[in-house]
Design a protein around this ligand. Structure first.
Ligand SMILES: [Zn+2]
Length: 178
């Protein structure tokens, strides 16, 4: 009999949470939803509780998510701290990547609530303390759910990051790029 480890179990449970998303690709324009109504049970995920603590459920029940036709992935809007997510990415992106991106962006939501400047122009993207904190946390979660170092390296490689920036970032989050 195949025994499912706790890590695998968490991982598949998370993927199942994402698979049930009520996508409606026919809807036109951007629309807003409440995080917890859309990403159901995310307040039960340990990595998310690790960000917001006791207030997790309350915060996620008030967090607005704007589902958008933007190209790309997701980001926190610096004007009011709501989350903007590309519908195309949600529909077609890799579920594990989406999960890790959500963890990353929720770190930024927390930072925004603490009054931190998310787009501080004094820093390059990969050297910005808010980014390093978010990447560190999400790499830690990636390891916890059992992703290999190779898979995590893949996750960090995005088409808009130069090879040099990628190396800097990997160093900051203690990842040996593969
Ligand atoms: Zn970020």
């Amino acid at each position: 009999m195949h025994e499912v480890s706790a890590v695998e179990y968490t991982f598949f449970r998370i993927l199942r949470l994402l698979r049930r998303l009520p996508f409606n690709p026919m809807s036109v324009g951007n629309h807003k939803v409440i995080f917890l109504e859309y990403f159901k049970n995310f307040d039960k995920v340990n990595a998310v509780k690790g960000i917001f603590g006791e207030k997790t459920t309350e915060i996620l029940s008030h967090l607005t998510v704007e589902l958008s036709w933007i190209f790309g992935y997701m980001y926190v809007d610096g004007s009011d701290g709501h989350l903007v997510i590309s519908k195309n990415y949600l529909n077609n992106g890799n579920k594990t990547d989406i999960y890790l991106d959500l963890i990353h962006e929720l770190c930024h939501v927390k930072q925004f609530m603490e009054g931190k400047e998310l787009f501080d122009p004094r820093y390059d993207y990969v050297e910005r303390p808010t980014e390093i904190e978010a990447y560190r946390y999400c790499v830690q979660e990636a390891r916890r759910i059992g992703l290999s170092e190779e898979r995590i390296s893949c996750y960090l490689k995005t088409e808009w990051m130069s090879e040099d920036d990628l190396k800097k970032l990997a160093k900051s989050v203690d990842l040996d790029l593969i």
